[in-house]
Design a protein around this ligand. Structure first.
Ligand SMILES: [Fe+2]
Ligand SMILES: [Fe+2]
Length: 355
């Protein structure tokens, strides 16, 4: 019986007999050409990143399970529906780029043979961002069928919303071109700092909105998404803790500039866009404010202009405290009356940050 255990019925002894041991010795495999996509091993240097990966698995959630039937479009006026759709479409300019941006960063982490939990943590961020994007998609579909870009506008407000969103989409495309051109040029630590500001911004934003919204469905979305964003923040912080001590001055200066770029980019969703990077027509901001006011009136939970500014200041103060510990200077943010280093103009090529 023991002799017929092999899958083709050969006796175990015969299998071993087929092994070839060359008389001149084994030929060494060719050196692996670099960059190579994976190390084919799973090194762990940072145990806390393993824990964050496990936490991500435990906190996994399914957007389909949210009580969408409680989100009745009839409870809002047409203007409020449009405003809420508009806010989610603005958010989608950020969350919609998340999956591709973090996928690219995940590939990068494989190419540079980052430790295994870093590769896996990036994967969980991609997974989460797909969920966040799905929430945008679902709310938009509920509020304005064929939104954000393919509905038939019938009023001035709808025409203004459609036009503003077209401009935002154009800027989202510019962001991606800048990001994908620059990813090979920066070490992961520079990327992480850009992500760090985005994650702090996102967790602050969703936390504030979850407390302010009058809709139980929006509350659940903001709470779930906020929980993910706090975890992304923890991941970024851990990675940075490892990387920053070895950073040269050149990269430290680059990070200072990236923090300014992060402010410029993220202000579109956190507050209002500064007059840098964003390529927008002169009427954009006036119409943006009207649409956001309708979203606010509809109970979405959008903070006021001043509350948003205060929130931004708070988020920036957190990041500032962290980076200054590592001898990285903080950029001036004159829009919020925060002083620091003047890093000059911010162009599309400078923008890396993402939620
Ligand atoms: Fe997100
Ligand atoms: Fe995130």
């Amino acid at each position: 019986m023991a002799q017929t255990n092999g899958h083709n019925g050969h006796a175990a002894a015969e299998i071993k007999d087929r092994l070839v041991i060359p008389a001149e010795g084994f030929a060494p495999p060719p050196a692996i050409e670099q960059p190579n996509i994976f190390p084919l091993e799973w090194p762990v240097a940072t145990e806390s990143l393993v824990a964050l990966y496990e936490k991500a698995k435990l906190q996994a959630w399914n957007p389909s399970d949210l009580p969408w039937n409680q989100l009745d479009p009839a409870q809002f006026t047409p203007e409020q529906r449009l405003g809420i759709m508009y806010w989610y479409a603005v958010l989608a300019v950020f969350d919609g780029s998340g999956p591709a941006v973090f996928s690219r960063a995940m590939i990068q982490s494989y190419e540079v043979h980052a430790e295994d939990p870093i590769r896996k943590c990036f994967f969980t961020v991609v997974r989460d961002e797909i969920n966040h994007e799905e929430c945008c998609q679902r709310v938009i579909a509920k509020m304005v069928p064929n939104g954000p870009l393919r509905f038939e506008p019938r009023t001035d407000l709808e025409r203004a919303a459609l036009n503003n969103l077209g401009w935002l989409y154009h800027n989202g495309g510019r962001y991606w071109r800048g990001f994908s051109k620059s990813i090979d040029k920066y070490p992961l630590s520079v990327l992480f700092t850009s992500f760090l500001l985005g994650e702090v911004a996102a967790s602050t934003l969703f936390h504030g909105m979850s407390q302010r919204t009058s809709s139980p469905v929006f509350k659940q979305i903001f709470t779930k998404v906020g929980q993910d964003e706090s975890r992304h923040l923890a991941i970024c912080l851990k990675m940075l803790e490892n990387d920053w001590p070895g950073l040269g001055q050149e990269y430290k200066d680059l990070i200072t500039k990236q923090l300014r770029a992060g402010f410029v980019f993220l202000s579109m969703i956190l507050w209002e866009p500064p007059n840098l990077f964003w390529d927008l027509p002169p009427y954009f901001l006036a119409n943006h404010r009207v649409l956001i006011d309708y979203a606010r009136q509809g109970g979405l939970g959008v903070l006021t202009y001043d509350e948003q500014a205060a929130n931004w200041r708070l988020a920036i103060a957190k990041v500032r405290k962290v980076v200054e510990q590592w001898g990285i200077k903080f950029p001036a943010i004159p829009e919020l009356d925060l002083d620091g280093v003047d890093v000059g103009n911010i162009t599309a090529a400078d923008i890396i940050p993402v939620f």
